[in-house]
Design a protein around this ligand. Sequence first.
Ligand SMILES: N[C@@H](CCC(=O)N[C@@H](CS)C(=O)NCC(=O)O)C(=O)O
Length: 201
Amino acid sequence: MSLTFYYAPMSTATLTEAVLAELDVPCERVKVDLKAGDTHKPEFLKLNPNGVVPLIVHDGTPIWESAAITMYLGEVFGVDAKLYPELGPKRGEAMKWIAWGNVTLGEAASRLASTFSPGAEGAAQKAEKAKADLAVRLKVLDGALEGKSFLLGDYSLADTHLHGFCSWLGMMQFDLKPFTHVKEWLKRCNQRPALANLLVG
Ligand SMILES: N[C@@H](CCC(=O)N[C@@H](CS)C(=O)NCC(=O)O)C(=O)O
């Protein structure tokens, strides 16, 4: 088995890093320098024509898109490790939350992040709109976590993945206080050694 993980610190690759840490799967790590344009070099583009990290190459097959990577690693390594549901409706629930993180929550989070770029036009107004949209979307997550320790009941890679997005919101000073279930869930996730180590490292 060969598994290579291409990553850059403080990037979307952190989601994959957390998943790999939870699964404790041995892999070769290749750090790329985004500022130096490493992901736009021909050898990288051959593996991921989108020119972004994260990227994994498993037994010669490149897999990109962080949500797909989490689901794939879950299927291959997570079921025996009791971190990803077996085929069936629970698996569907895990996929639902992982996709929601990237597509729905991530969309508004990316808009908020873009307002931090120096010289971003209309930044204050765009940030307010992004925050309002995030609040609506986080209410969905908050409601789902009411009365539950984790998204699927027991901790799973769906939590690992969404924990990454919510930590990112915290880093952007987004106020999570009104989302009490999300805040409590984040505290529980932070007790996972794999995630706690990531926060330190
Ligand atoms: N939808 C992709 C987004 C990945 C992405 O945007 N990665 C950024 C870092 S956060 C990147 O590698 N950018 C390199 C560049 O734009 O040059 C995913 O979830 O994997």
